[in-house]
Design a protein. Structure first.
Length: 480
C-alpha cells in the first residue's frame, strides 16, 4: 500500500529552489528543460530509486514501514509511467523533478526522504548507464540477426564463385560466401567492442552525491550490486563527471554505422543493371514518383546516409567534453540527445538491413560468369611460375606482359597459343594453362582465412558459433 499523503509538494517542484527568492526567468527555464528528451530514463531512475530506498533503510534513515510505503509508491509510479498515466508537466525541469513530484503527490513529506544521500549528478549518470547497458544488448541482438542473415546467404552460396575487387577493379576470383563473411567479421568485431564497452560502463556512480560522496552511511557497493553493475565507482569526482562511456558508445555506434554503410554501398552496386548480381525484394525497395520502371535500393542508401549522422555525434560530443573542468557542469546535459539518437538510429536501421539481406535474390549465374573477367586469374599464373622456381619479380613482369598482349589482341589468358606465350616470355610455358580455372584458383587458396571451399566452410562454422554467443549475451532483451 502507498499510504495517504501527509503534505503538499512545493509548486513548482524544483529540486534546487531553497536559496532562491524567485524562480528562473522564462528564457532560462526553457533553456534548462531536458524532460522532453530525458523522460525515457524514467524507468531506470525509478529502478535506481528503489535500490536507493533500500540503502537508506539499511542505513537506518527509513524505518520498515517507511521503506514499504516508499517502494510501493515507486512501484505504482513505475506502472503509471509505463502506461502513460503519469507524465511530466510544464513545471518539471527534468525526469528527476517529475518523478519526485510524483512521489510527493503519493507520499507527501515521506517522499522527500528519498533525496538523502544522492544528487541529480550521480542520479543521472546512473540512469544513463543503466539505459545504455540495456539498449546495447538490444543492439547486439539486432547485430546477431544481421550476422545470421549474412550467414544464411553465405551458406546458400558456399560454392558460388564471384569476382573479388581491389580499387573496385576485378582482382581475383573468390567464393561469394567468402565476400559475405567479411561483413560478418566486421559486425562480429562491433559486438566485441560493445561487450568490451559494457565492462567499463558497468560501474555505478550512485553514492557519489554531487561530487564528494555522502556523510550519510549509504553503501554504494551494495547499490551497485543490486542494480547489476560490476562495481561501484572508485572516485566520486570522476563518477559524476565521467562521460567516457557516452563518447565511447558513440564511437562504437559510428563504426557499426560505417560497416552498415559499406554493406549498403555494395548492395547499391550489386543491384544495378551494370552489376546485376542481386535483386532486392519489393518489400525492401521503393519506386519512383515519375519513373514507373524504377526499383530503388533505398534501405541500402539510408543505411549509408545514417552513418554520417552518427559520426557527427561523435565529433560534436567530444567537442563538448574537451574543455570541462571537474566535476559536473551543465554542459553534460548535452550527452543524452546524441547518444539517444545514435541508439535509436541503429535500432531503426539494423532490422531493415537484415530484412534486405534475408530477402535479396542472388543471381549466381551472373557472379559465376563475371568471376574470370578482367584477367582475374593473372595472379594464379604468376604464382604458378613461382612454384616453377621463377622469382616473383620476374613472374609478375612476365604475366604483366601477357595481360598487355591479351588486351591488345582482345583475348583472354587461356586463348594465347603456346608460340605466343613463348614469344611474350620464356617463363610462360604451356603448363600454366592448368591454373587458368576459376574453381582451381579459388580452391588453391587454402591458407588460413583464404577463399578455398574448406576454409570458407570453417569460417561459416565459426560464424555460427559466434552468432549464438552474441545472442546469448544479449539474453534478457531477446523478446523485446
Amino acid at each position: 500500500m502507498t499510504g495517504a499523503p501527509t503534505g503538499r509538494p512545493p509548486s513548482p517542484a524544483r529540486l534546487w529552489g531553497g536559496r532562491f527568492e524567485g524562480g528562473p526567468a522564462q528564457a532560462v527555464r526553457q533553456l534548462s528543460y531536458s524532460v522532453q528528451f530525458d523522460w525515457r530514463l524514467a524507468p531506470y531512475d525509478l529502478l535506481a530509486s528503489k535500490a536507493h530506498a533500500r540503502v537508506l533503510h539499511r542505513a537506518g534513515l527509513l524505518d520498515d514501514t517507511e521503506l514499504e510505503r516508499m517502494v510501493d509508491a515507486l512501484e505504482i509510479l513505475d506502472a503509471q509511467v509505463a502506461s502513460g498515466a503519469f507524465r511530466p508537466d510544464l513545471d518539471d525541469e527534468d525526469v528527476h523533478t517529475a518523478l519526485e513530484r510524483g512521489l510527493l503527490e503519493r507520499l507527501g513529506a515521506l517522499g522527500g526522504k528519498l533525496r538523502a544521500g544522492r544528487s541529480r549528478n550521480d542520479q543521472v549518470a546512473t540512469d544513463l548507464r543503466l539505459y545504455l547497458r540495456d539498449h546495447v544488448r538490444l543492439i547486439v541482438l539486432r547485430l546477431a540477426e544481421l550476422e545470421e542473415a549474412l550467414v544464411t546467404q553465405a551458406t546458400a552460396h558456399e560454392a558460388t564463385t564471384a569476382p573479388g575487387f581491389t580499387h573496385l577493379q576485378h582482382a581475383q576470383p573468390v567464393l561469394f560466401a567468402h565476400h559475405l563473411l567479411a561483413y560478418v567479421a566486421m559486425f562480429s568485431r562491433d559486438v566485441s567492442r560493445l561487450r568490451d564497452w559494457d565492462l567499463r560502463a558497468g560501474v555505478s556512480p550512485l553514492g557519489a552525491g554531487a561530487l564528494a560522496g555522502s556523510s550519510l552511511p549509504v553503501d554504494p557497493i551494495s547499490t551497485a550490486a543490486e542494480l547489476g553493475f560490476y562495481a561501484a565507482a572508485s572516485n566520486s569526482m570522476d563518477a559524476v563527471s565521467d562521460r567516457d562511456f557516452v563518447a565511447e558508445l558513440l564511437f562504437c555506434a559510428a563504426l557499426v554505422g560505417v560497416h552498415l554503410s559499406r554493406l549498403g554501398e555494395e548492395v547499391v552496386l550489386w543491384s544495378t543493371r551494370e552489376f546485376g548480381w542481386v535483386e532486392l525484394d519489393d518489400a525492401f525497395s521503393t519506386g519512383s514518383s515519375i519513373m514507373p520502371q524504377k526499383k530503388n535500393p533505398d534501405v541500402a542508401e539510408l543505411a549509408r546516409g545514417k552513418a554520417g549522422r552518427i559520426i557527427g555525434h561523435v565529433a560534436g560530443f567530444l567537442a563538448t567534453l574537451k574543455g570541462l573542468p571537474l566535476t559536473y557542469n551543465r554542459d553534460l546535459q548535452e550527452d543524452k540527445e546524441p547518444v539517444f539518437d545514435a541508439v535509436d538510429t541503429l535500432l531503426l536501421v539494423l532490422p531493415a538491413v537484415t530484412g534486405m539481406i534475408e530477402t535479396m535474390r542472388v543471381h549466381a549465374e551472373r557472379l559465376e560468369a563475371e568471376a574470370p573477367v578482367g584477367f582475374s586469374l593473372a595472379t594464379d599464373v604468376a604464382e604458378a611460375l613461382v612454384r616453377n622456381g621463377v622469382p616473383f619479380r620476374d613472374a609478375h613482369e612476365a604475366v604483366g606482359h601477357l595481360v598487355v598482349w591479351c588486351g591488345a589482341n582482345d583475348c583472354d589468358l587461356g586463348d594465347v597459343s603456346d608460340a605466343d606465350l613463348a614469344r611474350i616470355s620464356p617463363h610462360l610455358t604451356p603448363d600454366i594453362r592448368a591454373v587458368l580455372s576459376v574453381h582451381g584458383a579459388v580452391g588453391a587458396r587454402r591458407g588460413h582465412g583464404g577463399t578455398a571451399p574448406e576454409r570458407v566452410a570453417e569460417q561459416l562454422d565459426a560464424a555460427r558459433i559466434e552468432v549464438a554467443a552474441h545472442r546469448a549475451w544479449a539474453g534478457e532483451v531477446g523478446d523485446e
